[in-house]
Design a protein around this ligand. Structure first.
Ligand SMILES: [Zn+2]
Length: 92
């Protein structure tokens, strides 16, 4: 005997909302990561695997910026580039 109540309408509705939140989380994480100086695939993967937690992770990433000498992305707080070992000042 199987007396589980199954309502396909509400199941589709719930998974639809979940999917929308999931897609928003991916776009959000991508934008947050981009604004912190990371490539967009980085935020996309965070959103893809972690959903809304990925947005949170992206928002606590250290800010990065391209080194003016070698164009490598480095921490915005750095005073010496770890790639080309030249002095940099990325803080405005
Ligand atoms: Zn450099």
């Amino acid at each position: 005997m199987n007396n589980y109540y199954y309502d396909p309408g509400s199941t589709i509705f719930c998974s639809g909302i979940g999917l929308v939140i999931y897609i928003i989380a991916i776009i959000w994480a991508t934008n947050v990561a981009k604004s912190r100086g990371y490539p967009s695939w980085y935020g996309f993967l965070l959103g893809f695997f972690l959903s809304l937690v990925g947005v949170l992770v992206a928002s606590i990433l250290p800010r990065k910026k391209a080194c003016p000498h070698c164009a490598e992305r480095i921490n915005i707080e750095a005073s010496i580039c770890p790639h080309c070992l030249r002095e940099v000042n990325l803080r405005e």
